[in-house]
Design a protein around this ligand. Structure first.
Ligand code: E4P
Length: 227
């Protein structure tokens, strides 16, 4: 299973990279709008340099010609650039064209298994199912992801399933057990995944006991490094 970071924030991406937790990253116009006072192209080129895996950059239009123009531009910014295309009719047409041009795509805002199958059919490299937004509709997101994964597997479909729109630990706990290839997670939720109060208290207990032991057995004090 791969984890992507659902952010364009350079500080968060650097921290998650140093922690060795991420295999790629996903952005969208809403995520980009959260970063203040920056140059879009320069910022994303920086992200593409920092992240070794795929970086999804979303087009900011629903117009076919403009989607193709932006996709060519974004994909020229780095070998790991993936263009995010909306799940609309002209989006699928754009994916079919971009696939022929060898440009990697991520079909975004998918809410149903049918849409997921269409995205794959058009040639998408990745297809994103929006867990939180599917659940908002009163639909069982687990079922949508499970069915999609099963159909992709049954027909040997190579498109990778990304589960996005993750809003908390309950979503992670459930999404992680499904058949998706990738989960894209916001940085604050990644940090919460690390923490558990019982883990903290156990580590503290071990270190407290060790410190007490060293106090009564000073020969075991850690050696100082020579400068
Ligand atoms: C995924 O690629 C999207 O960037 C993201 O997960 C969107 O989800 P949200 O807007 O519901 O948080």
């Amino acid at each position: 299973m791969k984890f992507f970071a659902d952010t364009a924030n350079l500080e968060h991406l650097t921290e998650l990279t140093e922690l060795g937790l991420i295999d790629g990253c996903t952005t969208n116009p809403l995520i980009m709008a959260k970063e203040q006072h920056y140059d879009f192209e320069a910022h994303l080129k920086e992200v593409l340099r920092l992240i070794k895996g795929p970086v999804s950059i979303e087009v900011t239009t629903n117009d076919y010609d403009e989607m193709i123009r932006q996709s060519k531009e974004f994909s020229s910014w780095g070998k790991n650039a993936v263009v995010k295309i909306p799940m609309i009719k002209d989006g699928l047409r754009a994916v079919a064209t971009l696939t022929k041009l060898g440009i990697k795509t991520n079909v975004t805002c998918c809410m149903t298994t049918k849409q997921a199958v269409l995205a794959a059919k058009a040639g998408a490299t990745y297809m994103s199912l929006f867990w939180g937004r599917i659940s908002d509709l009163g639909v069982n997101a687990k079922q949508v992801v499970d069915e999609t994964a099963e159909i992709y597997a049954r027909h040997n479909i190579k498109t990778e399933i990304i589960v996005g729109s993750i809003r908390g630990q309950t979503d992670v706990n459930e999404a992680i057990k499904r058949g998706a290839h990738i989960i894209t997670i916001p940085p604050n939720i990644f940090m919460d995944m690390i923490y558990h109060p019982r883990t903290e208290s156990t580590i503290k207990e071990f270190l407290d006991k060790w410190d007490a032991f060293v106090k009564s057995n000073p020969m075991n004090k850690p050696k100082q490094e020579d400068n």
